[in-house]
Design a protein around this ligand. Structure first.
Ligand code: SF4
Ligand code: SF4
Length: 386
């Protein structure tokens, strides 16, 4: 269906331009769109892109290679939707537009971009976007056998399994320390987030059906994720393809409940800490307070917000498709986020997403920033009283 499906979003835009700049106070303004902040032209921000989408819908513009590239050069971060001045129900949902637009491009045989096509092929063949074997997925669990069936299932996702195994390990250690019985599957498949965002929705649907079937066979009533991408796919995208009969929780929701009940206590940490809101966890799932509550419960921590935080947080630059397709642009955005974190004086930058950790950690090292980038489960596992 493509753009036709999101026509109502496109025609609701009255070109006010709020999605170009945000005013913090009388003296302080900043650009809303990270891509436009880097590349400066109107066609990179939401208002410009909406005008292009409208021209295509009305038959006044033809697709070209440049135009296809432009459609993929978008983070889908949702900050433009956040600042759109309409009532909540009427805000122009640009991430919804970009997903439908890419779907149209794939249906017309014009996309995705070659590097994203390769990711889809690897996912179809190996069940993960990195083309790794199943053995590699469970390598970090060797010597620590975990049941494969149980009522609570930790779904680690591809990033934590293959790129950031420390996050998966910390989660397993943490659940063990807390005394929560849990299971993990030995043959997890990608949640389908890359395909949901690169337009290959037929593959996303297959992955959704396979994952839900496997989770049901594992006997899970609750699925815990450490990846906001997996979380959002289960909660918001899977219902389009398959019925879900289990609860899905992000680890920050789970841990916040324990903090609330005073079921966990922390050792002191005399450090300054800031927090980066992953777009898919913050703006998309409205999980803003839980991670902050967890961090602020650690005695000794001095918590400082970055200039752009919570619903106004700056994307890490990964944007599911931007990091693999436009790595330089992606890291320029990440380096800006690192600078914001450094401006707080923080020694530790905490986030709650294996993909954001990867992106921000590389950017911190590239810019020689003296800040440790870690996931919230790593912080909690380090500080929890045994
Ligand atoms: S979703 Fe993010 S990257 Fe895309 S137009 Fe909106 S602010 Fe820019
Ligand atoms: S803020 Fe909303 S209405 Fe205004 S230009 Fe952007 S998308 Fe259109």
């Amino acid at each position: 269906m493509g753009l036709e499906k999101v026509k109502n979003e496109i025609y609701r835009c009255f070109r006010c331009g709020y999605c170009r700049e945000m005013i913090r106070d009388l003296t302080n303004t900043y650009l809303v769109c990270p891509i436009r902040e880097e590349l400066r032209f109107e066609h990179y921000d939401c208002r410009g892109r909406i005008a292009i989408a409208k021209a295509i819908l009305e038959g006044n513009l033809e697709y070209s290679d440049k135009l296809v590239e432009l459609v993929y050069m978008d983070l889908g971060c949702g900050l433009c939707k956040e600042v759109c001045p309409m009532f909540d129900w009427a805000k122009v949902d640009f991430p919804r537009v970009i997903k439908a637009w890419r779907q149209e491009i794939v249906e017309k045989g014009l996309g995705p971009l070659p590097v994203l096509k390769e990711i889809n092929e690897l996912t179809e063949k190996y069940g993960n976007p990195f083309g790794k074997s199943k053995d590699e997925m469970i390598r970090w669990r060797k010597g620590n056998p975990i049941p494969t069936k149980g009522e609570t299932l930790y779904f680690a996702g591809c990033y934590a399994s293959y790129r950031q195994p420390e996050i998966a390990k910390s989660t397993v250690n943490l659940l063990t320390k807390i005394g929560t019985p849990f299971a993990m599957m030995n043959d997890e498949q990608c949640c389908g987030t890359p395909q949901i965002w690169n337009g290959q929705t037929d593959l996303a649907g297959k992955l959704a059906i396979n994952n839900v079937k496997a989770i049901q066979e594992a006997g899970a009533k609750k699925v815990l994720t450490t990846c906001p991408g997996c979380y959002l796919a289960f909660k918001q995208d899977y219902p389009e393809y398959v019925k879900i009969n289990f609860e899905v929780q992000h680890i920050t929701e789970f841990l916040e409940e324990l903090v609330d009940k005073k079921s966990i206590e922390f050792n002191e940490l005399n450090k300054t800490v800031t927090y980066h809101d992953p777009c898919h966890l913050g703006r998309f799932a409205r999980i803003f307070e839980q991670p902050r509550k967890i961090i602020e419960n650690i005695p000794g921590v001095k918590f400082i917000e970055m200039l752009r935080n919570k619903e106004n947080a700056w994307c890490c630059g990964s944007g599911v498709v931007v990091a693999p397709a436009f790595p330089e642009l992606s890291f320029e955005i990440a380096e800006k986020r690192i600078k914001e974190a450094m401006d707080t004086g923080a020694e530790i930058l905490v986030t709650a997403c294996p993909s954001c950790v990867t992106q921000l950690d590389i950017a911190a090292k590239k810019s020689k920033a003296k800040i440790e980038v870690i996931d919230i489960v790593e912080l909690v596992e380090r500080q929890i009283k045994k």
